[in-house]
Each structure stands twice: as structure tokens, then as C-alpha cells.
Ligand binder design. Structure first.
Ligand code: NAP
Ligand code: ZN
Length: 377
């Protein structure tokens, strides 16, 4: 994933020069939780944040979801995206605007606002011009990307505040529960986007593999789009929850007899598994021209049988979060249909315990950190 800036930005202490424009920036201290090294637990710290510039929105963070990507990154599990320490994760951010720059038009202090996985992109490449910032070769991720304003890397949402360019700040429908809305910013858009792309609609048979944070949002969206939804899980104890979340059927994926009943019958399968697994077992479920999309991001390569793709002209693809416009579309859809994540709200002091539980697939179905707990340090 090409996340490093290779463009012409020049970083000079706290002065930023982007293209022909240059802004002098002050900075302030924010409270946060960071991992100091690959083997350190997350612990309290203070981090620098830039003072809001003319196009920036400053947000007091109220809730931040915990994504499995946070765990992968903190534990340096992705060889393609090495972790720079200290690492402050968090890209499912909901908060309230505290300050805006003079050129900001869509937000004012007191508004609800949200930030997902992206905080910047170059704005003029083919992908940005097409409104697909998530594929910009110069995009800046919310954490662990080079910070052109302050140097070092960007710091994420396990913090009391963040400063983000207006274009990357989302509006939050006022009817949504805020703790449950935070995970929409990653788990929500990452499952919504590929289902829209591959035409999940009424009458389609859709599989969801892995009932975690992403998986449970995928069930909710596929159900809301009118599809027939089948969940594939390794955890027998999640069966009833899957049905409650909107699944029409649940299959224990380690049971080969149950799996073979569904062979060749799916239009679309979304694979949201965080670890190595046999993907061929799910490719075989697809019917003619069926597609399986990977959103799960295990570091080790998956082995794919050519024959499982050749028969039925099946395809295998991937999908990365979603664009800013599509994230807003998804949030508005959630507002209209009252969709939020099922969350266990925790104080930030329990974040390490939450990571341990997530690594054992024991989360129902997303942890959402109540950031007010950061003030009670
Ligand atoms: P999560 O809440 O931990 O859920 C992962 C689920 O995968 C588990 O609940 C479990 O479901 C299943 N699973 C875990 N280990 C397994 C194994 N060894 N074999 C089979 N199934 C296993 O994680 P998440 O936050 O949903 O994230 C899932 C993956 O998506 C992560 O790799 C994350 O980095 C990635 N991700 C990608 C994007 C993107 O843009 N593509 C965005 C966000 C996250 P069952 O108990 O039901 O089996
Ligand atoms: Zn995420």
C-alpha cells in the first residue's frame, strides 16, 4: 500500500510548504495513548497536534472505534506498512468541532464531525480527480503516515483531539448513537463500498466470512440492500447473533458438510477474516460470474487454486476502505436506516484488554472507546 509521500512537500520544523503555498504553524499538546514499541502495551502519553490552519477543522474526540487494523499496526504485523513508533492508532473517530480555520465552510464549532482512515491526499492525481482518494499514491492515512505539517508520522484517534483538513471531515447524521456510529468510519465504509461496487441488491445471494467488526457491518448492509445473507463463522456461539444482525442463514465454516450444501450458489462473498485461512473453500461457493472480495488483511499470502476460479468464471478481488464522498453517502444511508455498529463501550484504560479479546475473535462486535475516560487519567 503506497502510503509514503514522494511528492514535493518540504518539511521545515513547523512550517509546511505544499506546492506554491506556505503556512506557518504552531502546535499544541494533546493527550493520547500510544505504543512505544512492538512489544509495549498502549499507555498514556502526550503528542503534538498542529494549530488549525485556514482549511482545518479541530475536533474534540468523543468516541473512537478499535479496528483490527489498529492491532495489526501496533504489533507491526504488516511487512508492507512498517510501524513507526511511538504509534497512536485509531481511525474510527467521532467528535465535536471546537475550532475551524477561516476558509472552512461546512463546519462550525459545536457541530458533530467524523474522521476515518484518510486525512489528506494530493487532490490532483487521476484517482483524486475521480473522487477516489483512497487510491491516491500520496494519500495520508490518519496514523502512521508521514506528517507533512509537524514531521514524524500522523497520530490517530486514541486521543482527546485531532486537526484535519476540511475535505476529509465527514458529517454525522444527528439521529445516530455516537459510540455506535464511530465504527462506521472504517468497518462501515469498508463493507459498504465493495457491496455497492459489486451490485449487492435484492435477489442476490451474499456470503459474509468472519463475524467481527467488519463482518457484522457487512451483514447489516447486505440485509438493508435486500440480499439473502449467509454468514460463515468459525465461532458456533455467534450463530444467534448473526441471525439477529440480519443473516438469513449461518454456516459453521469448519463443517465441510454444511459448506458443500452451498457450493456454486453465491453471487458475491465478502471475506473479512483477519488471519490466514483457506480461501478456496469460499471461492467454491460462487456461482457463474460470482465474485469474492477480500477486505481482511492477513499479512501472509493466501494460496489460491486456479481451478476454483476457472470454473464458473469466478473472480477474486480486493477493496480498500472507500472514498470521502462514498463515506458520506454511507453515513447518510445509516442515518436514514438507523444503522450503527453493535459496540462494547470501554474506557481507554481497557484498550490492551480489548486488543487481547479481539485477537481471540471475542468481540461483540466492535469496541468503542469513550474518550471522556482520557480525562480521568
Ligand atoms: P475482527 O473484529 O477481529 O474480526 C475478524 C474475524 O475474523 C473474527 O471475528 C473471526 O470471525 C475471523 N477470524 C479470526 N481469526 C480467524 C482464523 N484464524 N480463521 C478463520 N477466521 C478467523 O477484525 P475486523 O476489525 O473486522 O478486521 C478484519 C480484517 O479486515 C483485519 O485484517 C483488518 O486489518 C482488515 N481491514 C481491512 C480494511 C480494508 O480497507 N480492506 C479496513 C479495515 C480492516 P468468526 O469468529 O466469525 O470466525
Ligand atoms: Zn480500520
Amino acid at each position: 500500500m503506497p502510503i509514503y509521500h514522494t511528492g514535493s512537500e518540504t518539511v521545515m520544523s513547523s512550517t509546511t510548504q505544499v506546492g506554491s503555498k506556505s503556512e506557518s504553524r504552531g502546535k499544541y499538546k494533546a493527550e493520547a495513548y500510544s505504543a512505544a514499541s512492538v512489544s509495549s502495551p498502549l499507555a498514556p502519553t502526550t503528542i503534538p497536534r498542529r494549530d488549525p490552519g485556514e482549511h482545518d477543522v479541530q475536533i474534540e474526540i468523543l468516541f473512537c472505534g478499535i479496528c483490527h487494523s489498529d492491532l495489526h499496526q501496533v504489533r507491526n504485523e504488516w511487512s508492507g506498512i512498517p510501524t513507526v513508533y511511538p504509534c497512536v492508532p485509531g481511525h474510527e473517530i467521532i467528535g465535536r468541532v471546537t475550532k475551524v480555520g477561516s476558509e472552512v465552510t461546512r463546519f462550525k464549532p459545536g457541530d458533530l464531525a467524523a474522521v476515518g482512515c484518510l486525512v489528506d491526499s494530493d487532490g490532483n492525481c487521476q484517482e483524486c480527480q475521480a473522487g477516489l482518494e483512497q487510491f491516491c499514491p500520496h494519500m495520508t492515512l490518519t496514523y502512521n503516515s508521514p506528517d507533512v505539517h509537524l514531521g514524524g508520522v500522523t497520530y490517530g484517534g486514541y486521543s482527546d483531539s485531532i486537526v484535519v483538513k476540511e475535505h476529509f471531515v465527514l458529517r454525522v447524521p444527528s439521529n445516530l448513537n455516537l459510540a455506535g456510529a464511530a465504527p462506521l468510519l472504517c468497518a462501515g465504509i469498508t463493507t459498504y463500498s465493495p457491496m455497492r461496487h459489486w451490485g449487492v441488491t435484492k435477489g442476490k445471494k451474499v456470503g459474509v466470512v468472519g463475524l467481527g467488526g467488519l463482518g457484522h457491518m457487512a451483514i447489516k448492509f447486505a440485509h438493508a440492500f435486500g440480499a439473502h445473507v449467509v454468514v460463515f463463522t468459525t465461532s458456533a456461539n455467534k450463530k444467534e447473533d448473526a441471525l439477529r444482525l440480519g443473516a438469513d442463514d449461518v454456516v459453521i465454516s469448519r463443517n465441510t458438510d454444511e459448506m458443500s450444501k452451498h457450493k456454486g450458489s453465491f453471487d458475491f462473498v465478502l471475506d473479512a477474516v483477519s488471519a490466514e485461512h483457506d480461501i478456496n473453500a469460499f471461492i467454491q461457493l460462487l456461482g457463474r460470474d460470482g465474485n469474492i472480495t477480500l477486505v481482511g488483511a492477513p499479512d501472509k499470502p493466501l494460496s489460491v487454486s486456479a481451478f476454483s476460479l476457472l470454473f464458473n468464471r469466478r473472480s477474486l478481488s480486493g477493496s480498500l476502505i472507500g472514498s470521502i464522498a462514498e463515506t458520506q453517502e454511507m453515513l447518510d444511508f445509516c442515518g436514514k436506516h438507523n444503522i450503527t455498529a453493535d459496540v462494547e463501550v470501554i474506557p481507554i484504560q481497557k484498550v490492551n484488554e480489548a486488543y487481547e479479546r479481539m485477537s481471540r475473535a471475542d468481540v461483540k462486535y466492535r469496541f468503542s472507546i469513550d474518550m471522556a475516560s482520557l480525562k480521568s487519567q
